[in-house]
Design a binder for this molecule. Structure first.
Ligand code: PBG
Length: 335
C-alpha cells in the first residue's frame, strides 16, 4: 500500500465511511461465510449416546445415530463439511482401531456418505486415539530413552488413510506430525486408485496447551511424556514455513495452521508465502475459553466467536475448523 498518496486530516476523515451500516458492509474487506466452516465430530460405539465433554459445553462423544443427527443439523445450517475423530472400543500398541475396516471412523464415514451424500467428510488421520499410550506414533523404549519412531509409524498412517478413503472419505487430514507422512499417504492412496482424494495436512501444528480439552474429548492424552518431539515449538515461525513447504512438496493439497487464534501471524505468513488453500483450526481450548467466559456473562458468546472467526479469515484462512461451526452458520444466517 502506498501511504504517501494518502490524504491527511482534516481532508481525510476515515469516520465518514463508518456512518451507516450499509456503507460499512459495502467496504468491509473480510467476509465470513458458512461455506468456510468445518465441524469436528467425535464418534464412538453405542446407541443413543451423547457423552458430554466436561470442558467443552455443547460438544459430545456421539454414537453413530447421534452423530448423524448432529451432522444433519450442521448440514442444514449450511456447514459444508465435518471432520471426524474416533474413540475406539479398545486401544493397543499398534493402533489397530485406526485402520480397521470396521473401525468407528470407517463406520461413521460409510453412514454419513450414505445418508448425507453432499456433506463433505474429512477424516483426521492420527494414531493417538487408538494407541494405549496415547502418542501419535509407535513408541520404542530403550534403557534410558523413550522415542517415537518415525518411519515405522508412516506405514500405519498410510494404512489408516487408505482405510478412510476406502470407506468413502472425501478428504484426508493427517494430524500426527511425523516427517514424511504426506508422501507416504499420497503414495498409498495413489497406489490404491485414490489419486483424486485430496489431502489437507496439519502442516504447522504446534505443541500447544490449547489442546487440553480435546484430549478429554478424544481420550487421547499421552500416558507419559508429551508431544514436543513431534509437534512444533510455539516460538518458531521459519520452521513452520519449512513444515508447510515440505508438506506441499510431498503432495498436500491444502495446509493447516493449528491452533488458530494465538497463531494468526503464522497463518498470515503461510497464506502469503505459499498461496495454498489454508485452513485454521480453532482448537478445543479456544472454544472452551469463550464458552467459560460466556457462561459467566463476561463476554457475548456470539459476538466473540464471530469476531475470532473473522480474525482468522483476515489473517488468511480460507477454511476454519471450529466446534462452533453449526452455531456460527446459524448466526451468520440471522445477520
Ligand atoms: C490428534 C489431534 C489433536 C487435535 C486434533 N488432532 C490432539 C493433539 O495433537 O494432542 C487437537 C484438536 C483440539 O484441541 O481441538 N493428534
Amino acid at each position: 500500500m502506498n501511504l504517501n498518496c494518502m490524504g491527511q486530516f482534516p481532508e481525510y476523515r476515515p469516520r465518514r465511511l463508518r456512518q451507516f451500516p450499509a456503507l460499512r458492509r459495502m467496504i468491509s474487506e473480510t467476509r465470513l461465510s458458512a461455506d468456510q466452516l468445518v465441524l469436528p465430530l467425535f464418534a464412538r460405539a453405542g446407541r443413543k449416546l451423547r457423552k458430554p465433554i466436561n470442558a467443552m459445553p455443547g460438544v459430545f462423544q456421539l454414537s453413530l445415530d447421534e452423530l448423524l443427527r448432529e451432522a444433519t443439523q450442521a448440514f442444514e445450517a449450511g456447514v459444508p463439511a465435518v471432520l471426524l475423530f474416533g474413540i475406539p472400543e479398545k486401544k493397543d500398541a499398534k493402533a489397530s482401531g485406526a485402520y480397521a475396516s470396521n473401525g468407528i471412523v470407517q463406520q461413521a464415514v460409510r453412514l454419513l456418505k450414505k445418508e448425507l451424500p453432499e456433506l463433505l467428510i474429512i477424516t483426521d488421520v492420527c494414531l493417538c486415539e487408538y494407541m494405549a499410550h496415547g502418542h501419535c506414533g509407535i513408541v520404542h523404549h530403550s534403557k534410558n530413552r523413550t522415542r517415537i519412531l518415525n518411519d515405522p509409524t508412516l506405514k500405519l498412517l498410510a494404512r489408516s488413510a487408505a482405510s478412510h478413503a476406502e470407506a468413502g472419505a472425501d478428504i484426508i487430514a493427517p494430524s500426527d506430525m511425523m516427517d514424511g507422512r504426506i508422501q507416504a499417504i499420497r503414495t498409498e492412496l495413489d497406489r490404491l486408485g485414490f489419486d483424486e482424494t485430496p489431502i489437507m495436512s496439519y502442516a504447522a501444528k504446534f505443541a500447544s496447551a490449547f489442546y487440553g480439552p480435546f484430549r478429554e474429548a478424544a481420550e487421547s492424552a499421552p500416558q507419559f511424556g508429551d508431544r514436543r518431539s513431534y509437534q512444533m515449538d510455539a516460538g518458531n515461525t521459519n520452521e513452520a514455513l519449512r513444515e508447510v513447504a515440505l508438506d506441499i512438496q510431498e503432495g498436500a493439497d491444502m495446509v493447516m495452521v493449528k491452533p488458530a487464534l494465538a497463531y494468526l501471524d503464522i497463518l498470515h505468513r503461510v497464506k502469503t508465502e505459499f498461496g495454498y488453500p489454508t485452513a485454521a483450526y480453532a482448537v478445543s481450548g479456544e472454544y472452551s475459553m469463550i464458552k467459560a467466559a460466556a457462561a459467566n456473562g463476561w463476554v457475548d458468546e456470539k459476538a466473540v466467536t464471530l469476531e475470532s472467526l473473522l480474525a482468522m479469515r483476515r489473517a488468511g484462512a480460507d477454511i476454519i475448523i471450529t466446534y462452533s461451526a453449526t452455531d456460527a452458520a446459524r448466526w451468520l444466517r440471522e445477520k
